[in-house]
Ligand binder design. Structure first.
Ligand code: BGC
Length: 337
């Protein structure tokens, strides 16, 4: 069942998508995933994503809790790029670089929406030519579907001119229900390479094999045994804040919290994910009166290569006029015994 459960104001709503296994609350503001409520192996329900009780925090703060991120997720060097012989200047909002679509990226925009049927919510946003410095009118449709224990996000975009796109969702997962940090969460990532970053978090273009490093999650490993290791890239990122390049085309990331039996399986058409261990959460007030700190959650941001426009010969983030960007990421919230 899908129903509107709250009007935040005359434009912004909270919408509940619910079945016997899962309740997902989303907002048409930034397509934000506000809550994901699931049972543990004993039937006890908890909310497994971070968020805010006070809605204005989504509108004013910068950690992108639960938000859809775009036009281009992650950083673009110096907020500049050249396309078809023209220079474009984007908002610089993260040190010397452009981050997550700029000052008022998609995370901070109101989408119009329709409830299509009992499983399907369709959201839509038209981003105007020049918005945050990007070329082209970009027409974005986001379809959230809830079936059984799986939430699927389907992104489709077209543009009136060649432009850049790299859409992701920035949910902060904590399968314990935020009863503890993520040290006891087991992570498995089917990725034999990761991308290095510099001290501003910008991808450098260097790819490294995970073999023999704390980044090797090809076999499941506890995040707590890895994230504080003495490793140059972990120090630069203040933890994991790196793109992992997938070896497989489905079920690429599996996050498990053994004590509760909760497991999240992420499957995507995209080639990689930024794995981010909430390194910059700073004690801000979150849902249920709790404060959020570094390592309180992990983000699994499926996407193309950050700063692809500067690093790739044929940038995967280029959306040509007349073409359609079409990507799907699904999140299966399982209970294992
Ligand atoms: C980035 C981090 C950033 C965080 C919150 C992540 O996707 O990789 O460096 O701090 O988002 O903005």
């Amino acid at each position: 069942m899908i129903e509107v459960i709250k009007h935040i104001d005359d434009q912004i709503d909270l919408i509940s998508m619910k079945n016997e296994q899962l309740e997902v609350v989303v907002s048409n503001y930034g397509c934000t995933i506000i809550k994901v409520i699931m049972a543990d192996k004993n039937g006890h329900k908890d909310d497994v994503v971070l968020g805010y009780d006070d809605f204005t925090q989504y509108q004013t703060l910068d950690a992108y809790l639960g938000a859809l991120v775009g036009r281009v997720a992650n950083r673009i060097k110096a907020g500049q790029f050249r396309l078809n012989g023209q220079d474009y200047h984007l908002a610089v909002n993260n040190g010397p670089n452009h981050l997550h679509g700029g000052i008022k990226g998609f995370s901070y925009q109101v989408f119009d929406y329709t409830i299509e049927d009992e499983h399907t919510l369709k959201l839509h946003y038209l981003s105007k030519d020049g918005e945050e410095g990007y070329p082209g009118d970009l027409d974005l449709t986001v379809i959230y579907t809830l079936k059984d224990d799986t939430l699927t996000a389907h992104y489709q975009a077209t543009s009136s001119a060649d432009t850049l796109i790299n859409i992701t969702n920035h949910s902060y997962f904590n399968l314990s229900g935020h009863k503890e940090n993520i040290y006891q969460h087991t992570l498995q990532i089917h990725a034999s390479q990761f991308a290095c970053v510099d001290s501003d978090g910008l991808t450098t273009g260097e790819l490294k094999d995970v073999e023999g490093t704390p980044f090797d999650f090809r076999q499941p490993a506890l995040i707590g045994e890895r994230v504080e290791q003495d490793d140059e890239q972990l120090k630069i990122g203040k933890g994991f804040d790196h793109p992992f390049l997938f070896d497989t085309q489905s079920n690429q990331v599996i996050l498990t919290h053994e004590p509760t039996g909760r497991q999240l399986i992420v499957s995507t058409t995209l080639p990689q994910a930024q794995i981010y261990t909430a390194n910059y959460l700073d004690g801000r007030l979150g849902k249920y009166g709790e404060r959020y700190y570094a390592r309180d959650a992990v983000c699994i941001e499926t996407q193309n290569m950050p700063d692809a426009i500067h690093l790739e010969e044929h940038p995967t983030t280029l959306l040509k006029k007349g073409e359609t960007c079409d990507e799907i990421t699904s999140y299966q919230f399982k209970v294992i015994q």
